[in-house]
Design a protein around this ligand. Structure first.
Ligand code: ZN
Ligand code: ZN
Ligand code: ZN
Length: 288
């Protein structure tokens, strides 16, 4: 004969109860997951969370699929802004701001958002670079109350590129000092310098064509040799019509320089991107 002590009984009860709980979980989780997936698949996948957030942007007579195809088309373009690790990727296209995390996709339409720079974090140690890295957090507030606001994070050196892709400005609520990339810093100085030069008045009814560099803004730069008399110095007169915008001309100016010595950039001469005649910063005029 064998008598179980009360401790052993308690143990057997615990073990048998444990099995029941284990079995229940093992059955319940797949059932719940299948039910959720079945619910999403109803209405031709119209109940899926991504489809539902896209549906808020659909026109009255169309469906979320039209919005999805617009997102797809823009996502495939090479001129989109993309940043971040695979688990927190940020993509900005002409119309959309998208954040893709491991479990969720956030989508907002550019005309429906207001952006606020809320936080900046400095990381002193970055194995690839010797300089400290600054990460910025930007709050994407959404006017449409059905869509959840979200945060995007990016390296401060990508801030200039992001701003170029956005149609709206980013409010700097806490006056965060942004450490820009070298080329962005140069571009700011370049623009200030060029705007101090004499503007160029376009004759007659000449119309400005789109800039051939970015195709987004009107070409508004004319090179006129004013730094010295026509036959003196290294600079030459360019006879090209305005073909570039100020930003693209600034990028060209920076790209033709000794990348190791940015302190010499402003004082150097570079060739005109079209006719190759040399010019300096004094010879760049904004068309008025
Ligand atoms: Zn341009
Ligand atoms: Zn030229
Ligand atoms: Zn010159």
């Amino acid at each position: 004969m064998c008598f179980a002590t009360s401790d052993e009984k308690y143990y057997y009860v615990l073990v048998s109860k444990g099995w029941i709980i284990y079995l229940a979980i093992a059955v319940l989780i797949p059932v719940i997951v299948s039910l959720i997936v079945w619910y999403w698949s109803l209405n031709n996948w119209g109940n899926h969370p991504i489809a539902r957030s896209l549906a808020h942007y659909a026109l009255p007579q169309s469906s979320w699929r039209a919005v999805a195809s617009s997102v797809n088309t823009e996502f495939r373009r090479i001129d989109k802004f993309a940043s971040g690790a695979p688990g927190a990727r940020v993509v900005v296209t002409d119309t959309w701001v998208i954040k893709v995390t491991t479990y969720r996709v956030y989508i907002a339409q550019q005309q429906d958002i207001h952006l606020t720079l809320t936080e900046s974090r400095q990381h002193e140690l970055c194995p690839d670079l010797n300089t400290p890295v600054q990460f910025l957090t930007i709050r994407v507030g959404i006017i449409n109350p059905h869509i959840t606001p979200f945060d995007i994070r990016l390296n401060s050196t990508e801030y200039g590129e992001l701003r170029e892709k956005l149609h709206t400005t980013i409010r700097n609520a806490h006056n965060v000092v942004i450490h820009q990339s070298l080329s962005d810093m140069f571009l700011d100085t370049f623009k200030i310098q060029v705007e101090l030069n004499q503007p160029y008045h376009l004759s007659g009814n000449q119309e400005l064509e789109p800039c051939i560099g970015c195709m987004q803004t009107a070409a508004n730069i004319k090179l006129v040799k004013v730094c010295m008399d026509p036959n003196e110095g290294e600079c030459q007169q360019c006879y090209c019509r305005p073909m570039w915008c100020l930003t693209c001309m600034g990028k060209w100016f920076a790209s033709r320089q000794d990348q190791q010595h940015p302190e010499t950039w402003l004082s150097n001469r570079v060739p005109c991107p079209t006719c190759r005649s040399k010019f300096c910063i004094l010879d760049i005029s904004v068309v008025s």
